[in-house]
Design a binder for this molecule. Structure first.
Ligand code: WTA
Length: 651
C-alpha cells in the first residue's frame, strides 16, 4: 500500500504475457536482439555526445558543427556551429541516388482520387512553393500559419517553409476561427495558408470561410494563399487572398535550400496544457531532424521496400514527425489519406491497406477501439497480408485492445510498437525496437537509445520497481522542445521546476521487474481512493476487457469518506445498457483488480467527449462526475451533443 505523502502510486495492473518477434521478422532486421538493443542504449548512455555526434553524419551539413551539445539547463543547443536544412535532408539528399524516382508520397483523397509524388517530383513542387513564399515576402524567421486538409500540398507547404528558414505553425483543420486567431496572434503569423474546403465524411468543411473569420481577428497576418481542393464558392479578398495554383503557375522550380544554423526555429505546434491557454511548443532544425529520422528507422525497422502509413493528421506532432520529417529523411514511401476511417464505410482503412500494400501501419488506440466496436467484418473483407509491423501512439492501449490489434489486424504475425512520446519530445521516446524487444500488451517497453527516463516520487527520489511515480527524462535529447514560443517562464515552470535537473513529462509511469515501462496516464488522472492512488488507465483496462464494453473513461470525483470516488463513463457494444450490466461490470472490475478499484458509479453513454485529436476530455468528465455546473473550456469538443447526453444521464 502506498504512502500517500511519498507520491507513489499503487499499481494493480499485472500483465504477464510476453510476445517475442517471429524469427522471420528478426532475420531481416538491423537491431535484431535484446543484446543489440542494450549495446546501443548503453553506448548512448555512456557518451551521448559521441553517440549523437556520430549519427549526425547522416544529415547533410553545409557547414560541419563544432559542438554536439551545449546544455545550460533548461536550454539545449545541439550541433552548435553547424548549418543544415531539413528540406534538403528530406528531398535533395535523395536526388542522384536510387531513391530519386522512388515514390515519396502515395496520397488518397476521401472521394477516392489518387496522386503520387516521387522524391524528384516532390522536390520540384517544394522548390516552386518556396519561391511562392518568397514572392509573398516570407523569409527567415517569419511564421506561416497552415490550416489545410490532409492533401499533399500540406506537406509541400511545410517543406517549403523549412527550405527558406520560415517557421510553420500547423493548426489542425478542425479548430474554430477563435482558436486559429489565438494561435496566429501568439505566434505573430505573417502568412496564412488554407484551402477552399475539406472533405470530411462526404461533407464539405468550409475552411476558407473559417479563415476569413479568423483573419478578421489576426492583425499580424498580411496575406493568405488558398488551395482549390473542393471547388466550392469562396470569397477572395482583393490584395490579401491569392490562389495557390495561380502563384504556382508562375513559380520557378529552382530554389536551393538555404544553409540554416542548427538551432534555427523549425516549427511551432500548439498543444493544450494544464491551463486553458494553448502552448506553442517550439522545435528547431538539426536536432529535431536527426531525432525524427533515427527514431523512425529504429522503431519501424524501416526497409526501402516498405510502404508506411501513419494515420495521424499533420495538424498533430505525429503527422509532423512520422508522415513528413522522419520518413522523408529516411527515404521512405508514405501513404497519406485525406479523410475519415468510416467513409464511405467502416472498412475504408483496410481497403487502403490492401490497395497500397501497406507494410507498416501506425495508428491511435482510440481508432482501434472504434474498429473493435464497428466489428471484425470490416477488416475481414480486405487482404491485410502485406502488413508486417503495427504501431500505436497517443494514449495507453488497453491489453484487450492490444490483443484485438494483434490478432485481427496483425494476423498474430506483426509485432506491435506501442510508442510513448509527446509534442514536447519531438519524436518517440519509449517503444520496443520490434526485432529486439519482446512486447507485453499495454507496455511501451523500453527507452529509445539516447533517452534516459527516470520515475520519481514527489521528493524527486527514484521509486522502486513496480511503484508508480512521475515520469521524467534525466538527460537532454536532440528532439527535445527548445521552449514555449514567447514564454520562457512557462517553459521553466511547466517542465523544469518540479524535479531538479529533470524534464517533467506530466505522465505517471511504473517500471516492472524486467525494466519495462508502463504509462499510467497523466499526473492529474490519478484517483486517490481511501489513500490508494489508482491510475485511471488501470480501471479502464479492466473494464475494456469486458466483452460488452466498447470504450470507457474513469475519473475521480470528490467523496466524503474516501477522498475520491471512481466514476466511469462507458459505451457498450452488442447489448443495451442495464442495471444488470452495471452490476456485472462492477463485479468484473472487482475480479480483475480488486475491491478497491470497483467504480462507485457507472454512467452509460452513446459516445465519450473527445478533443479533436481523439483524447478523452477528462476534465469535462470530472466536472460532470462531480456534478459541477460549470464545465471547463469545451472549445475542442468533437460533438457538443455528447455533453448534453451525459448530463441527461445524470438526472
Ligand atoms: C499520452 C502524442 C500512453 C501521454 C505523440 C503523453 C501515451 C501525451 C502514449 C502526449 C502511449 C502518448 N502510451 N500514453 N504510447 N503516447 N501518450 O503531445 O499522456 O499529443 O504525455 O503527443 O499522450 O500527447 P501529444
Amino acid at each position: 500500500m502506498a504512502d500517500k505523502s511519498s507520491g507513489q502510486i499503487d499499481t494493480v495492473m499485472r500483465e504477464e504475457r510476453l510476445f517475442p518477434p517471429s524469427a522471420e521478422f528478426v532475420a531481416k532486421a538491423d537491431i535484431d536482439s535484446m543484446a543489440a538493443y542494450e549495446t546501443l542504449w548503453n553506448e548512448a548512455e555512456a557518451d551521448p555526445e559521441a553517440f549523437w555526434g556520430k549519427l549526425a553524419a547522416e544529415l547533410h551539413w553545409f557547414k560541419p558543427f563544432e559542438t554536439v551539445l551545449e546544455w545550460d539547463e533548461p536550454f539545449a543547443k545541439w550541433f552548435v556551429g553547424g548549418q543544415t536544412n531539413v528540406s534538403y535532408n528530406c528531398l535533395d539528399a535523395h536526388l542522384g541516388t536510387e531513391r530519386e524516382n522512388k515514390t515519396a508520397i502515395l496520397w488518397e483523397g476521401e472521394p477516392g482520387d489518387e496522386r503520387s509524388f516521387t522524391y524528384k517530383e516532390l522536390h520540384a513542387e517544394v522548390c516552386k512553393f518556396a519561391n511562392v513564399l518568397k514572392t509573398l515576402g516570407i523569409g527567415r524567421g517569419d511564421v506561416v500559419s497552415i490550416y489545410m486538409p490532409m492533401v499533399p500540398e500540406l506537406a509541400i507547404a511545410m517543406l517549403a517553409c523549412t527550405r527558406i528558414g520560415a517557421v510553420h505553425s500547423v493548426i489542425f483543420a478542425g479548430f474554430s476561427a477563435a482558436a486559429i486567431a489565438d494561435r496566429n496572434g501568439d505566434a505573430s503569423a505573417k502568412l496564412q495558408l488554407t484551402s477552399d474546403a475539406a472533405w470530411r465524411r462526404g461533407k464539405q468543411l468550409p475552411l476558407k470561410a473559417t479563415i476569413d473569420e479568423a483573419l478578421a481577428k489576426s492583425p499580424s497576418v498580411e496575406k493568405c494563399v488558398v488551395l482549390r481542393r473542393v471547388g466550392n464558392d469562396v470569397t477572395m479578398q482583393e490584395g490579401r487572398d491569392f490562389w495557390w495554383h495561380e502563384l504556382m503557375a508562375e513559380a520557378s522550380a529552382d530554389c536551393p535550400a538555404e544553409p540554416l544554423d542548427s538551432e534555427t526555429p523549425l516549427f511551432i505546434l500548439y498543444t493544450s496544457g494544464s491551463t486553458g491557454k494553448p502552448k506553442g511548443i517550439m522545435h528547431t532544425t538539426a536536432g529535431y531532424n536527426l531525432f525524427a529520422k533515427k527514431t523512425f528507422e529504429w522503431v519501424f525497422d524501416h526497409r526501402d521496400s516498405d510502404i508506411f502509413w501513419c494515420t495521424a493528421d499533420c495538424g498533430w506532432i505525429t503527422g509532423h514527425s512520422y508522415i513528413v520529417y522522419g520518413p522523408l529523411s529516411a527515404g521512405a514511401t508514405v501513404v497519406m489519406y485525406e479523410g475519415a476511417p468510416n467513409h464511405p464505410d467502416e472498412g475504408r482503412f483496410w481497403q487502403i491497406v490492401e490497395k497500397y500494400k501497406v507494410t507498416i501501419f501506425y495508428t491511435a488506440p482510440t481508432a482501434i477501439r472504434a474498429f473493435i466496436k464497428w466489428g471484425d467484418q470490416f477488416p475481414e473483407r480486405s487482404d491485410l497480408s502485406s502488413l508486417r509491423l503495427l504501431g500505436t501512439v497517443g494514449e495507453g492501449i488497453n491489453p484487450a485492445a492490444w490483443m484485438w490489434y494483434h490478432r485481427t489486424i496483425g494476423g498474430e504475425r506483426c509485432p506491435i510498437v506501442d510508442t510513448w512520446w509527446q509534442t514536447e519530445t519531438g519524436g518517440i521516446m519509449m517503444s520496443p525496437l520490434p526485432a529486439a524487444v519482446p512486447t507485453k500488451p499495454g507496455s511501451c517497453t523500453k527507452p529509445i537509445p539516447g533517452v534516459v527516463p527516470a520515475i520519481v516520487d514527489d521528493d524527486g527520489n527514484p521509486v522502486a520497481a513496480n511503484r508508480g511515480g512521475m515520469l521524467c527524462i534525466a538527460k537532454p535529447w536532440p528532439g527535445m522542445l527548445r521552449g514555449i514560443w514567447g514564454d520562457e517562464e512557462r517553459y521553466r515552470e511547466q517542465y523544469w521546476s518540479t524535479v531538479p535537473g529533470m524534464f517533467l513529462t506530466g505522465d505517471n509511469a511504473r517500471c516492472d521487474d524486467d525494466s519495462y515501462y508502463w504509462i499510467m496516464g497523466r499526473i492529474d488522472d490519478v484517483i486517490n481512493v481511501s489513500g490508494h492512488r489508482l491510475s485511471t488507465i488501470e480501471v479502464e483496462s479492466a473494464l475494456v476487457s469486458h466483452p460488452h464494453v466498447a470504450e470507457c473513461a474513469a475519473v475521480g470525483r470528490p467523496h466524503e469518506l474516501k477522498g475520491e470516488a471512481i466514476s466511469v463513463f462507458v459505451t457498450v457494444k452488442d447489448v443495451e445498457p442495464s442495471d444488470e450490466l452495471r452490476d456485472e461490470l462492477k463485479a468484473h472490475v472487482r475480479k480483475e483488480i480488486g475491491a478497491l478499484a470497483v467504480p462507485d458509479d457507472i454512467r452509460f453513454t452513446a459516445a465519450l467527449p473527445k478533443t479533436r485529436s481523439g483524447k478523452i476530455m477528462r476534465r469535462l468528465l470530472r466536472d460532470i462526475a462531480s456534478g459541477n455546473t460549470e464545465v471547463g473550456d469545451t472549445s475542442t469538443l468533437e460533438d457538443y451533443s455528447v455533453l448534453a447526453k451525459l448530463r441527461g444521464e445524470e438526472e
